[in-house]
Design a protein around this ligand. Structure first.
Ligand code: DC
Length: 214
């Protein structure tokens, strides 16, 4: 079974790249940000007294490419501004990271899969066959995030998107457990001024070469 990890900061293009790459290679795809967002949903729903129990007992599955929690597909309810506000804080808790790391390993077990996140190559799947770390400038990432907000009809100033990206970078990179950083054996790939198609095409070539040696 082969693992490909894709890590990188908010707005680096991870999700679109990971999804497309998985599809082209015939691999499954897992977005671990969605697992942390689900944890944040449980935190908001049940409060701190019942939270760890609920998270521990939550059953995650990948069914036809869709992530489910306790039998229910996870959709827009984990992509709200309320979740966006608390998710970094929830993801900072060592116990949460321990539980999600374990659940990610179980989901990936026995599969050919592209797993994306922040600490997948360093902590979650350190033995992965191919590790990619995507980078892009703050301006480029803010432009992409701003365009996504506009598509969803969310009104926000560009300067505020830049601030949001910078603040997420700070929290994700400076936390004590599993901070955002490239694995020593990760391939650094800068997506600035490349289209999604260009990134996927180049990465696919690189990955196919590397997979031969796994
Ligand atoms: O990729 P995203 O924006 O959906 O991630 C949501 C949050 O989860 C973000 O604050 C970073 C955190 N996260 C993490 O700490 N580790 C991961 N492997 C994936 C996401």
């Amino acid at each position: 079974m082969m693992y490909i990890t894709i890590d990188g900061p908010a707005g680096s293009g991870k999700s679109s790249v990971a999804q497309r790459l998985a599809k082209e290679l015939g691999f499954e795809h897992l977005d671990t940000g969605a697992l942390y967002r689900s944890a944040a949903l449980l935190w908001l729903r049940y409060g701190k007294d019942d939270f760890f129990n609920m998270l521990n007992n939550a059953k995650f599955e990948l069914v036809n490419g869709t992530l489910r929690m306790n039998g229910k597909a996870l959709g827009d309810e984990i992509r709200t501004p309320e979740i966006g506000k608390v998710v970094s804080k929830v993801a900072e808790m060592p116990k949460v990271r321990e539980i999600i790391t374990q659940k990610t390993r179980e989901l990936a077990d026995e599969k050919n899969i592209v797993v994306e996140g922040r600490d997948i190559g360093t902590v979650v799947l350190p033995n992965a066959c191919v590790k990619i770390f995507l980078v892009a400038s703050v301006e480029e990432r803010a432009k992409r995030r701003y365009a996504q907000y506009q598509l969803k009809g969310i009104n926000i100033r560009f300067e505020d998107v830049v601030k949001e990206i910078e603040s997420r970078d700070r929290i994700d990179s400076s936390r004590e457990v599993a901070p955002l950083k490239p694995a020593e054996d990760a391939l650094m790939f800068n997506t600035d001024s490349l289209t999604l198609n260009e990134v996927v095409k180049k990465l696919k070539e690189i990955v196919l070469e590397k997979l031969k040696k796994c």
